[in-house]
Design a protein around this ligand. Structure first.
Ligand SMILES: NC(=O)C1=CN([C@@H]2O[C@H](COP(=O)(O)OP(=O)(O)OC[C@H]3O[C@@H](n4cnc5c(N)ncnc54)[C@H](O)[C@@H]3O)[C@@H](O)[C@H]2O)C=CC1
Ligand SMILES: O=C(O)[C@@H]1CCC=N1
Length: 275
């Protein structure tokens, strides 16, 4: 199969993560196109990654077999409406990574016949450790499903969800999830310094502990609860910390936070779809 050209409309954080991952996993930079309204950003992407850049969104559509929409949800309607004719004319596969923008809105803006894969990646794509859930509309054929999945698989784990509504939950879990871990790391670093460790020591220990915990969780057959029990000696130090978390209703707080993220995704779909 001929290598497919991949386009990105919007060259910000997520696009840069995906493109870096694609190149690191062997995709030719010559086969990657990016458009953005920020010329400085385009120049820096071109210099760093040796990809093709343009300020013209339509050029990206004309040059690509598959186009990833990587602009903020708030501007997606305007951008989609602007490129709808070119998308239909070139019969490109459209992949949207925007949080909270429904297939229905995307089809309405781009055209009812356009094959669209909606997905939710996350920023660890930058280090080839992303997690992406995908959902295809009925216009997407098997070859196109493979094409979309291959782009996201180049930067980490991929899975398909049956119901589009599951993407709201995925957004709350893995889309926003890296920020939850970073918040915990921030809090642990701060507390470590309060306990008398230097900034550098606190950072190193927190980072390595996060890496170790993630690795052991991935490689072990045991559940997080079982792994936690292995660290928690009866009457020991961990038990004191865990009890303190429980007194502060940590589990309920995580649940509340993730429900809030999911609800925001649902609300965004309504607000931005009706704008
Ligand atoms: N940041 C994250 O962790 C995740 C973000 N997403 C989704 O990815 C999308 C992009 O997010 P980020 O990369 O974080 O945003 P960003 O703000 O870093 O990138 C968006 C880019 O779009 C460009 N842009 C704005 N208007 C444009 C136009 N008319 N034509 C072309 N380019 C235009 C901006 O100049 C900017 O460089 C969003 O829809 C977000 O919901 C999805 C999963 C995770
Ligand atoms: O915060 C957001 O809306 C986006 C979606 C998931 C991560 N960042």
């Amino acid at each position: 199969m001929k290598t497919k050209a991949i386009g990105f409309i919007g060259g910000g954080n997520m696009a840069a993560s995906l493109i870096t991952g694609l190149i690191e996993s062997g995709h030719s930079p010559k086969q990657i196109w990016v458009s953005d309204i920020n010329e400085e950003l385009l120049q820096s992407l071109a210099a760093k990654l040796k990809i093709n850049v343009t300020i013209n969104n339509e050029t990206v559509i004309n040059e690509s077999d598959v186009v990833v929409m990587a602009v903020k949800p708030q501007v997606l309607r305007q951008v989609a409406s602007q490129v709808a004719d070119a998308v239909q004319r070139n019969k490109v596969l459209l992949v949207s990574i925007a949080a909270g923008i429904s297939q229905q809105s995307l089809s309405q803006w781009l055209g009812q016949q356009v094959p669209i894969v909606r997905c939710m990646p996350n920023t660890p794509a930058l280090v080839l450790s992303g997690a992406t859930a995908l959902h295809a509309n009925v216009k997407v054929n098997d070859e196109q499903k493979d094409l979309a999945e291959n782009i996201l698989r180049a930067v980490g784990l991929t899975l398909w969800v049956e119901q589009e509504s599951e993407l709201d939950a995925v957004t709350a879990v893995s889309g926003s999830g890296p920020a939850y871990y970073f918040l915990l790391m921030e809090a642990m670093e701060k507390a470590a310094q309060e306990l008398g460790l230097s900034e550098g020591t606190a950072r190193l220990l927190v980072q390595q502990t996060a890496l170790g915990a993630a690795k052991i969780a991935l490689e072990s057959e045991e559940s997080p609860a079982q792994l936690r029990a292995r660290v928690t000696s009866p009457g020991g130090t961990t038990q004191q910390a865990i009890e303190t978390f429980q007194q502060g209703e940590f589990v309920q707080l995580v649940s509340k936070a993730m429900h809030a993220a999911r609800d925001r995704s649902v609300k965004m779909s309504k607000e931005l779809g009706e704008q």
